[in-house]
Unconditional design. Structure first.
Length: 115
């Protein structure tokens, strides 16, 4: 990804996180982690990959789709853009995989100290 696009994605990711945590009234959004954000080269589409350790992601994704209008309005206030990207939220599958690996390592460490 070109530097300018990467910088813009980083700024948008930070603004989205701020909207979800501070400005949204939905308490489930406070536990969402935006793992990564991928922008199309024309800045018209944005794929937002989320993870949440405490909640079922399917329910959270449904709530995000329901709140999409609010999120886009707040994002438009924070960022000066000619076109607001079409946001699409998806699960970040890597987060669950990382948690499983950490749990396995903890179990192995715990078993090795018990011997």
């Amino acid at each position: 990804m070109p530097y300018r696009l990467e910088k813009f994605a980083s700024t948008m990711k930070q603004a989205l996180a701020e909207i979800l945590v501070k400005e949204s009234l939905n308490p489930d959004f406070k536990f969402i982690t935006i793992a990564r954000l991928e922008l199309s080269t024309d800045l018209k589409k944005a794929e937002v990959f989320i993870s949440s350790p405490l909640h079922a992601l399917d329910d959270v994704l449904e709530q995000l789709q329901h709140s999409l209008g609010f999120i886009k309005r707040q994002l438009a206030k924070k960022m000066i853009l000619r076109y607001m990207p079409e946001l699409h939220f998806s699960k970040d599958l890597g987060f669950g995989f990382d948690q499983k690996i950490s749990a396995i390592q903890k179990n192995q460490d715990h078993e090795s100290t018990d011997c």
